[in-house]
Design a protein around this ligand. Sequence first.
Ligand code: GRF
Length: 215
Amino acid sequence: MNLGVLISGNGSNLGAILDAIAEKRLDARVAVVLSNMAGAGGLARASKAGVPRVVLSHRDFEGRAAFDAEVVRVLREHDVDLVVLAGFMRIVTSVLLDAFPSRVVNIHPALLPSFAGTHGQRDALAYGVRISGCTVHLVDTGTDTGPILAQAAVAVAPDDDEAALRQRILAREHELLPTVLQWFAEGRVDVEPSPGARSRVIVRGVRTAFGLAIE
Ligand code: GRF
């Protein structure tokens, strides 16, 4: 399974994917890392792992669709099977989604459908929830609205600030994302498209609790 990992920042989830591959917990290869930010820390991780890197600034394109068309070209050039949005801070269009139907995955730092958007941890904290977590889901044209593949929960401590909660959630992200990618690698994920409604996702042979597989 060839992964195309899209990033904008630090790339710790990319690092978790690369670690899982190195430790043979994930039967895949990262075929290309694409960043829309030239300074993204994740590019250094990719370089260290010998993974091809591509920087595409969205500012060089007239609109999201034109940018996504070039993203698709790069992903196809590298024979990508599954696209992973790992801290990619751009809304994607149907240009990308139609090129990789039911094969674009995102990780979000909150328990969707609560706290979608850019500040999942901050919004959860401000709301006063006692439990938060992370969600891996298929991407659709909405913001963090696609069918959920798996979730993992963390407790929110009374004295948590945003940074503390972010770190606690990130630790779970780093477990959850490679786990879900391995489900794809094993061909366990079936998606039943439902025109006009939410697609149904079935993960065969895996019972889950808090995003952890129970065998
Ligand atoms: C993560 O919190 C992820 O859930 C969100 O963006 C952040 C990316 O972190 N979508 P990193 O770049 O993988 O360290």
